[in-house]
Design a binder for this molecule. Structure first.
Ligand code: ATP
Ligand code: MG
Length: 427
């Protein structure tokens, strides 16, 4: 038996989990402030959801999906991203019929991609993402971007760069597409086989190629910004205007083409430019997709969203040497010596914990000295020592660990008095 974790996955051990929880709570709290509601979709979907929803010229669909047949011969795929499942659910559950529009959703959970593992790139990773469906007001593009930035900045990240672009509407994209084909066609033989097949299918994807990124034709490829029609240009200007109003700095980069096929108008990425971050600097990617809901059989509904991974967020925190205060304390460690005291402590702990008091005891038959050491390792605020003498006269010593101060306490009123003591300290 191979007692080893699968390649590209990681265990998040109790010590690290606290940080994850803080980040996840922060994400949920910000979503609540922006009125985005959580949606939970399954970990797997019918494969077509992704081949059609993400697009079959993307890396995700071409190389990265965990696809399998179940025992009933259904072709299923572990979700590699969250947008297609959310849109599937939006259509299937007719969320478009709800009077509260736009539908503002968020998700938080694991995604699976068969990738070459490296730092910041895992085969299972956790994405937090939002989708706003039903509005094509450019202010919501700015809202979605602001929400992502808010998460990073509330966690203390400073070295952030927001890059935005517009892919325009269908008409603009068609004209740009022609220009791209004309540009790349003469030398397409020098490009990787993926790009060769992208030329006719989706030439925009060539700009996103990681293999050919340094080819001479890349830097002078036709810029989408020169092909935007008036409506698309106005839309983009509005998004920029709102970001200006919010004092959110950004850079316009006409080569920013996101990995998914269904994007149009606004696309954006948030990167870390912290020194020492390493090769992968993109923390978050998103954009507008007007057409995906229809692709899944729903009514014409515009959408915008982003996805970011907690793994890369944590790498960015590390790169900026940001440590997040993690409360890891115990209110009380109970030391019981002798059988009667032990019986009492079993009940005592049960009652304490019912009262929201964080309490624990020794289960390893340690000597009293070793128990005090354990209490220290758990950052216990107080220790109470109960022996048979104490049981007889109904009183015990409560020791405050920080000061060493000892107080005699009554055992029969212990829980209520102790609760009062810890809550009054917290206020
Ligand atoms: P990349 O270009 O790095 O492969 P992508 O375009 O595939 O990214 P998206 O599909 O847009 O990424 O996913 C959004 C975000 O999810 C990324 O910006 C990144 O933070 C994170 N992400 C994507 N793939 C992984 C992965 N394999 N491991 C950890 N995080 C990831
Ligand atoms: Mg990728």
């Amino acid at each position: 038996m191979k007692v080893q974790i699968p390649r590209g996955t990681q265990d998040i051990l109790p010590k690290q989990v606290k940080l994850w929880q803080i980040i996840e709570e922060k994400a949920r709290e910000i979503c609540q402030n922006y009125r985005y509601e959580e949606i939970r979709t399954p970990m797997f979907e019918h494969t077509e959801i992704f081949t059609r929803g993400v697009g079959d010229t993307t890396d995700i669909v071409q190389k990265e999906m965990y696809t399998f047949l179940d025992r009933g011969d259904r072709e299923l795929t572990l979700r590699p991203e969250g947008t297609a499942p959310v849109v599937r659910s939006f259509v299937e559950n007719k969320l478009f019929g709800d009077p509260n529009q736009p539908t503002k959703l968020y998700y938080l959970g694991p995604m699976f991609r068969y990738e070459r593992p490296q730092s910041g790139r895992y085969r299972q990773f956790v994405q937090f993402g939002v989708e706003a469906l039903g509005s094509k007001n450019p202010a919501i593009d700015a809202e979605v971007i602001a929400l992502a930035i808010e998460l990073y900045s509330q966690l203390g990240l400073k070295n952030l760069k927001l890059v935005i672009n517009s892919l325009g509407d269908k008409e603009s994209r068609m004209r740009h597409r022609e220009a791209l084909i004309n540009h790349f066609k003469p030398k397409i033989g020098e490009f990787c086989s993926d790009c060769q097949s992208r030329l006719e299918k989706n030439p925009l994807r060539i700009l996103d190629c990681k293999v050919d990124r340094d080819h001479e034709l890349m830097s002078n490829a036709p810029s989408i910004l020169n092909y935007l029609n008036d409506e698309s240009k106005q839309y983009f200007d509005k998004v920029c205007h709102y970001l200006d109003l919010l004092n959110i700095n950004y850079e316009v980069d006409a080569t920013l083409v996101r990995g998914l096929d269904y994007y149009n108008h606004t696309t954006f990425e948030i990167m870390s430019n912290a020194e020492g971050f390493g090769a992968i600097t993109t923390l978050c990617g998103g954009g507008r997709y007007n057409g995906l809901v229809e692709e899944f059989g729903g009514p014409e509904t515009p959408g915008i969203g982003f996805a970011l991974s907690i793994e890369r967020l944590i790498s960015a925190l590390e790169a900026e040497a940001i440590t997040i205060e993690q409360e890891d304390t115990l209110d009380l460690f109970v030391i019981a010596l002798g059988e009667v005291a032990e019986d009492f402590s079993v009940k005592l702990l049960y009652e304490l914990r019912k009262q929201q008091i964080r309490a624990d005891r020794d289960y390893m038959d340690r000597k009293i000295k070793a128990q005090l050491k354990a209490a220290n390792r758990y950052n216990a605020k107080y220790v109470v020592i109960i022996g048979d003498d104490e049981m007889n006269n109904g009183k015990a010593m409560l020791k405050e660990m920080a000061t060493g101060e000892q107080t005699e306490v009554n055992l029969d009123t212990f829980v209520a008095n102790f609760k009062q003591r810890v809550t009054s300290r917290e206020e």
